[in-house]
Design a protein around this ligand. Structure first.
Ligand SMILES: Cc1ncc(COP(=O)(O)O)c(C=O)c1O
Length: 373
């Protein structure tokens, strides 16, 4: 049988990985400054993460959500503590798209409305409603186009209020730092105004933290750089350091009902264990503060590259050039053995390393760039 060929592939085949490095069969070491789309948060195969998963695997790997699972409660408490969002409620699923799908559905249940406001250049996933609020017609099938979605620009508060005044909008969904879209961020005043307007017009504000959450931005969630209270916060990627897990945090104003949401795999024993191990490592190694330190270091080095604009925040960073970065990324991989990311803006290089990245790794990256540019 052939694979359904949907991914353009680099000719690299990693067989093992450790912290910020991945290795191919020949033993070639690659510096991973991309973390497989921001998934590797605490470093590849972190010993504590491996140990906890091994231990759990020997006890019980899975049972469905029809029985008690204290690991879910433990995870809820730990996320509450690290994010300081103690009064939110946790629902677990298995991916970012699924988290957004559930968030949008919940907003519609809660408000009784169905139109959604999303932003230009957004990316929220590939399932039904998640892809409909993604600003990319190429991945929107006719089936997905039945959702009622209006795309507006970041920072257009007046435009947003005009839409909300129609009283038919169940949710506004936004990324505090656009990931796939190329690291753009809305202004602080806009974020604060959007939060106020959503509360005024009985519309749920959904913060998509799938890529930016779990301490990558230097706060637990990137929206926490502003003092706002989203109705729903979605998370995935760095949450499990490679183990598929996603989730939503739900504001106490939104009340659960049995059967309202559900999943077979979400919140299983292994997934919770993976995420708890991630949180323990983040806390013990102060990785949130480390993300800020490394941001400052990256900026100082990047400022010396002429013609490059620095984008993003924490360890969700980008370099915008005045040329398309595709060929540069290839050379970084094949000539310098460094993984980086692209974005839908073809001239933006994305840097999403494990949060354990050190100054010496950025030094190697900037030396490589200097050589290649
Ligand atoms: C901001 C954001 N939301 C949602 C998703 C979808 O996540 P997943 O691929 O786990 O479904 C992504 C994936 O890149 C993302 O960056």
């Amino acid at each position: 049988m052939k694979l359904f060929d949907v991914y353009p592939l680099y000719e690299v085949c990693p067989v093992r990985a450790k912290d910020v490095y991945v290795y191919d069969e020949a033993g070639t070491e690659y510096l991973d400054l991309y973390g497989g789309h921001a998934v590797i948060s605490v470093g590849h195969s972190h010993p504590h993460y491996v140990k906890q998963l091994e231990k759990q695997l020997n006890k019980i790997a899975f049972y469905s959500n029809a029985v008690l699972n204290p690991l879910q409660q433990k995870l809820a408490e730990e996320i509450g503590e690290q994010s300081c969002l103690h009064n939110y409620q946790l629902f677990l699923c298995s991916s970012g798209a699924e988290a957004n799908e559930n968030a949008l559905k919940l907003a519609s249940f809660h408000t009784g409305k169905k139109r959604i406001i999303a932003f230009k250049n957004s990316f929220h996933g590939r399932t039904s409603a998640a892809v409909a609020v993604t600003d990319n017609q190429k991945i929107n099938a006719p089936l997905n186009q039945q959702q009622e979605v209006t795309f507006i620009h970041f920072n257009d508060l007046e435009g947003l209020e005009n839409e909300l005044k129609e009283e038919d909008v169940c949710a506004v969904i936004f990324e505090s730092i656009q990931g796939v879209g190329g690291l753009d961020m809305p202004d602080d005043e806009f974020v604060i105004g959007m939060n106020t307007l959503c509360h005024k017009y009985n519309t749920c504000l959904i913060a998509d933290e799938v890529q930016s959450g779990f301490s990558r931005s230097g706060k637990f969630f990137a929206f926490q750089h502003n003092n706002i209270q989203p109705h729903v916060i979605t998370m995935a990627k760095g949450m499990g350091n490679g183990f598929p897990i996603g989730g939503i945090l739900v504001h106490p104003d939104l009340k659960p009902k049995h059967g309202m949401l559900g999943t077979t795999f979400g919140g299983n024993h292994l997934a919770c264990t993976a995420s708890l191990a991630v949180l323990e490592i983040i806390k013990k190694n102060k990785l949130q503060q480390h993300a800020e330190t490394m941001d400052a270091y990256f900026r100082a080095k990047a400022e010396k590259i002429s013609g490059a604009k620095i984008k993003g925040r924490g360890l969700m960073l980008g370099l915008e050039f005045n040329f398309e970065v595709g060929p540069l990324r290839k050379r970084l991989i094949y000539e310098k053995n460094i993984f980086t990311g692209g974005s839908s803006k073809k001239n933006v290089l994305r840097i999403l390393p494990p949060l354990t990245v050190q100054k010496k790794h950025f030094d190697r990256f900037f030396d490589a760039l200097e050589d290649l540019l």
